[in-house]
Design a protein around this ligand. Structure first.
Ligand code: ARG
Length: 478
């Protein structure tokens, strides 16, 4: 049983301890601390402290020498943190109070730093800076992966594979087309991160704890100093102090964008897991991203892809955690919200890793051309083309579909492939199969005919490749 008395730590919490006769229990300190996970906000917190103290000096609430001393102290602390020499203390709860306490020890004027602000608007500002950074970092990684796919597509420009629906062979597509489908998904992911960044780019500082401040601050000054400006250089500040400290939309949007990107990577992973199996055999994943079995010597397991698939679940869990955390909270700040950082940081870290691993693993992908050629040679993949062939000869599509179905059944009965159904049998199925229908089974012809916008015909896909090269700036680099 806990001995409550001996667990009290009256020394802690000089920042809010005024009305308390004893400090929190050790257990409470351990329970309520967030410094173990929010210390990574330190660079952002220091930037916010600098901007805030500059603003306080600007409006006359600090003297310029006080401001300068605070800035020097913050620079020292930043250097100590970067060098791993800063001592983080659980008793100071979080990153904000750790930095403020350390600063106050060396700079007396730091006792004025928390003027006209609260940790509520401070943390809201710190995390917005974090999300700006995180979105940019993820966008860069997404672009990198897209470029990788474009290059992989180019290197295998002539490879065709069966496309699948219901995991059953459907119609032939080029490998390029398949890879470019992922480039499209990733493009929307990058777009979402750009949007989340724009939503994060509004400064909450000045909202105070809930209702602003009675002191004559200049919110736009601080916002500008922290780069909260739009593309036209107009300063952006939040317009309702209660919303500013209670809102966690950016967390949820960020986690949502991460979860969706994770879903895309997971589908890619699933494709690669299937394709690298003996049953498909379209690709070999590089040794560097596979592992063996401790028991079965022949095994080469696509663990990187499986982990990407697994982590996609974790990213969805993080989104769910945030949605659930916020849904029942009355306005405005509630301490529950301290828990918002764990899932948000985790989504960032895990998605960044997944993108990097996908990049590495796909970079080492070896396409097994012979297996692709053999699979795509299945004439059944062109059954729809044969129906189209009848349509061009005036047969209504429903009747054409039925006729080709009959031909497929006949082939099955005869134990042969579609184009080998004897002429006599074919006309029995439909009079349209008089002659010439076998030309449909020429794969090159079939692909060339798919030249429309968004289709996998060779000319069209090459034009798409050029478009992506241009969009991703690959030509400039070359
Ligand atoms: N560590 C806290 C958090 O992340 C900072 C805000 C604390 N505010 C408060 N009213 N206790 O949510």
């Amino acid at each position: 049983m806990a001995k409550a008395k001996s667990q009290l730590s009256p020394a802690a919490q000089a920042t809010w301890g005024g009305r308390f006769s004893t400090g929190p229990a050790e257990l409470m300190l351990r329970f309520s601390e967030s410094v173990s996970f929010d210390k990574r906000l330190a660079p952002f917190d220091i930037a916010v402290n600098k901007a805030h103290s500059a603003m306080l000096a600007h409006v006359g609430l600090l003297t310029p020498p006080e401001r300068d001393a605070i800035h020097r102290g913050l620079d020292e602390i930043a250097a100590e943190i970067a060098a791993g020499k800063f001592v983080w203390e659980t008793k100071f709860e979080d990153v904000h109070m750790n930095i403020e306490q350390a600063l106050t020890k060396r700079v007396p004027a730091a006792a004025r730093l928390h003027t006209a602000r609260s940790r509520n608007d401070q943390v809201a500002t710190d995390v917005r800076l974090f999300f700006r950074y995180a979105c940019e970092a993820l966008m860069t990684r997404v672009r990198h992966l897209q470029a990788n796919f474009v290059q992989l597509a180019e290197a295998n420009a002539d490879v065709l594979v069966p496309g699948y629906t219901h995991l059953q062979r459907a119609q032939p597509v080029s490998l390029m087309h398949h890879l470019l489908a992922y480039v499209e998904m990733l493009d929307r992911d990058a777009g979402r991160f750009a949007e989340v960044r724009a939503h994060a780019n509004v400064c909450p500082l000045g909202a105070g704890a809930i209702a602003g401040t009675t002191l004559p601050i200049d919110r736009e000054y601080t916002a500008r100093a922290l780069g909260f400006v739009d593309e036209r250089g107009r300063v952006r500040v939040t317009t309702n102090s209660m919303d500013a400290v209670a809102d966690r939309d950016v967390f949820i949007e960020f986690a949502s964008a991460c979860a969706l990107a994770g879903v895309h990577l997971s589908r890619l992973a699933e494709d690669m897991i299937l394709w690298s199996s003996a049953e498909f055999g379209f690709v070999d994943l590089s040794d560097a991203f596979c592992t063996g079995s401790s028991l079965m010597p022949q095994k080469r397991n696509p663990d990187a892809m499986e982990l990407i698939r697994g982590k996609a679940a974790r990213l969805q869990g993080n989104l769910q955690t945030l949605l659930t955390m916020v849904k029942g909270l009355p306005l405005t700040y509630n301490r529950d919200l301290q828990e918002d950082k764990v899932p948000a940081f985790d989504s960032f870290d895990q998605l960044a890793l997944c993108l990097e691993v996908a990049d590495g693993a796909m970079g080492g992908l070896r396409v097994k051309r012979a297996r692709c050629v053999a699979a795509v040679a299945d004439p059944a993949l062109l059954a729809t083309d044969l129906a189209d062939w009848l349509v061009l000869r005036g047969v209504p599509f429903r009747e054409a579909h039925h006729a080709v179905g009959g031909l497929v059944a006949a082939a099955e009965k005869l134990g042969c492939v579609l184009p080998d159904v004897p002429q006599a049998e074919a006309v029995k199925v439909h009079p349209g199969f008089k002659e010439g229908w076998r030309e449909v089974f020429d794969l090159d012809r079939a692909m060339t005919r798919r030249g429309g916008i968004g289709m996998p015909g060779p000319t069209r896909v090459k034009a798409e490749l050029r478009r992506w090269r241009k969009k991703l700036g690959l030509d400039r680099k070359a």
